[in-house]
Structures are given as structure tokens and as C-alpha cells.
Design a protein. Structure first.
Length: 341
């Protein structure tokens, strides 16, 4: 089979390797689609602090089951699935208490261990999640980032009836905003400095938007939510400007959740955070229940994934996909690799 390998930053090669056989408890899948995310782009540019080379990428994936290993039950050949890419120890305190997304020895496929960018992939059956037959493979490859959004929204407990602000209208910010609405938020405001991304948010059903180049975030919250402002603010941009906006304009006693990963050390006003008794929370990846809810939200048409797909490339054109992203940073949301094309 054909397998992608990034031997060093910006150098992608392909090699022929034997197709794997599923061992006991494993499932062999034919990989269909792979999504490229911001962390993959960091690896491409040599900027990911926890990835070494060579590495086979791929962690946002849809696939078809082709063979079941011994002892695997509850699946069938030909079934449409996705894969949870976390590799965990199962023994540390977080793992023992159901929070395996925080495993002390966490590895992620495509970063610290082999990713799915091959024509076939053998994986532990416990990491395989069925997809509805009516869901496209392109949408299936986007369940992973949607699960990130579901887990992030859950960090505010139940958002039903809440007023929610989302800073950053990139793919994750868009999905956080859609998820909050899908989970019953009363109203959602999303901000960005890109009119195109805000237009994409409106296309996905997010009615309230604000370009913070032209409108102050505090004014936008008053316009949309009134003097009580937002109940929770999600920072999906992850920089000193957006976190500064969140802390400055949050209602006293409300919650801020950091979703994005900061590129460097943050410089934020902890005095205001303290004085206003703000809860600053964080979020990390997802767990199985987040995958299940992500699939449900798409199946119930409460989250729309297709508008986020900017372009699709064939497997052999993996490098061209990265070049396209680099050349179209401001207009690209999600790029998909079609492995079987």
C-alpha cells in the first residue's frame, strides 16, 4: 500500500509498504478522507514542539472497515467509521478516572505516533466509531474537529438558554459557535477580523457576527446581548488581543474558556480577572461521548460541515494541499485529502 511520510519540514514523500493485517482486537480500515488542521500545518512548517521527523500524518479521518481482527464484535465489513486518534496509557490518574484525553503519556496519531495517511490502517477497535451511512466521507473526516468543539462547549456545563460569545471564526471557532447553538444556547455572537470567515459563519447559521477591526468587542456584546453581556466567552483565536478582549469585557462573575492553543506565553491582565472574579477555564481534545454527540449534531442538521470544506486534493497531492493553504490562509477553512482518488 501507499503511505505518506514527512521526512522533514515541507518535504513529503510516499513509500510502498506492506498493508497491515489486523491483530487481535484490531480493525483494518480503508482510509477514505483525511482533514488537515492547524496542528498539521505547524508540523509542515517545523513549528510543532512535540513532533519529530520522519512522521506519517493524519488524525482527522473517515474510513471503511475491510477486515475484523480476532475477538472484535459490534462492527461489520463495509461499515463507515471514523477513528479517535489518541493513544493513552490507561494506567495514570486521568486515565483511571475517565479523563483519558488528559493522559500523562498522551500520544496522538500523526504527531507522536504513526498517523492514518496510508491507503489502509490497522487500529484498536476501541478507537473506532461508526458513522451513519448517510453521512459523507468528507463530513466523517471532520467529526474529529467537531468533537473538539463539543468538548469545549461542554466545559461550560449545560449551555442551554445561555448567551455565548466566540472569539475567532476559524474552523474550530465556527464549530464551537454551531455546537453551542445546537446544544440549545439562546444566542451566539462570533467575532473575527476576516469578513470572509464571518460570512462563512452566517452561512452555517450563526446570525450574530462582529468584525472587531471595525467594531469594539464590548460594543458588539452590548448590541447582541444587552447590558448583561455573555454568560460564557470562548477564545478560539488564542492570542493576547482576544484573551485581553475577553477579560476586559466579560461580565463580572462569568466564564472564559480558552479553546485555542497560544503560540507563546500569554500576557494577560490577571488583576482584572481576579477583581471581576472571572472563571478562566481550558479544554483539551475530546472523549468518546464528544464523538457521539458530534455525530448526532450533524445527523440532526444542527451543525453544518460542508460549507467549511474549502478544497479537496488527491493523496499524491498532499504537498500541494499545504501549498494551497499557505497561499490562501485568509480564505481557507478546511482542506480534505481524498486518499482513494
Amino acid at each position: 500500500m501507499l503511505q505518506q511520510v514527512m521526512t522533514e519540514p515541507k518535504v513529503i514523500t510516499f513509500r510502498e509498504v506492506p498493508a497491515p493485517e489486523p491483530e487481535q482486537g484490531e480493525i483494518l480500515v480503508k482510509v477514505m478522507n483525511i482533514g488537515i488542521c492547524g496542528s498539521d500545518i505547524h508540523v509542515y512548517h517545523g513549528q510543532h514542539p512535540f513532533t519529530s521527523y520522519p512522521v506519517t500524518q493524519g488524525h482527522e479521518v473517515s474510513a471503511e472497515i475491510v477486515k475484523l481482527g480476532e475477538g472484535v464484535e459490534g462492527f461489520h465489513e463495509g461499515e463507515k467509521v471514523t477513528i479517535q486518534p489518541q493513544v493513552v496509557c490507561g494506567e495514570c490518574y486521568p486515565c483511571r478516572h475517565g479523563k483519558y484525553n488528559l493522559c500523562e503519556d498522551l500520544k496522538v496519531m500523526g504527531f507522536q505516533t504513526t498517523g492514518v495517511a496510508s491507503e489502509y490502517f490497522a487500529v484498536d477497535a476501541a478507537k473506532v466509531t461508526p458513522l451513519p451511512e448517510e453521512m459523507s466521507y468528507e463530513e466523517g473526516a471532520m467529526i474529529e474537529p467537531l468533537a473538539v468543539a463539543v468538548h469545549a462547549v461542554r466545559q461550560a456545563q449545560d449551555v442551554k438558554g445561555m448567551k455565548v460569545a466566540v472569539l475567532g471564526a476559524g474552523p474550530i471557532g465556527n464549530l464551537v459557535a454551531q455546537t453551542a447553538l445546537g446544544m440549545g444556547a439562546e444566542s451566539v455572537l462570533i467575532t473575527d477580523i476576516s469578513d470572509l470567515r464571518l460570512e462563512k459563519a452566517r452561512e452555517c447559521g450563526i446570525e450574530h457576527t462582529a468584525n472587531t477591526r471595525n467594531e469594539d468587542f464590548g460594543d458588539a456584546m452590548l448590541r447582541v446581548f444587552g447590558p448583561d453581556k455573555a454568560d460564557v466567552i470562548y477564545d478560539c483565536a488564542g492570542n493576547n488581543v482576544t484573551m485581553g478582549q475577553a477579560i476586559q469585557y466579560a461580565r463580572k462573575g462569568s466564564t472564559i474558556i480558552l479553546v485555542a492553543v497560544f503560540a507563546g506565553k500569554a500576557e494577560i491582565d490577571l488583576a482584572v480577572l481576579n477583581d471581576h472574579e472571572l472563571d478562566l477555564n481550558t479544554t483539551m481534545m475530546y472523549r468518546n461521548e464528544d464523538y457521539i454527540d458530534a455525530i448526532r449534531l450533524v445527523n440532526e442538521s444542527k451543525v453544518h460541515l460542508r460549507p467549511l470544506i474549502s478544497k479537496t486534493f488527491s493523496f499524491r497531492d498532499y504537498d500541494k494541499a499545504y501549498q494551497y493553504i499557505d497561499e490562501n490562509r485568509e480564505t481557507t477553512m478546511k482542506v480534505i485529502i481524498n486518499v482513494q482518488e
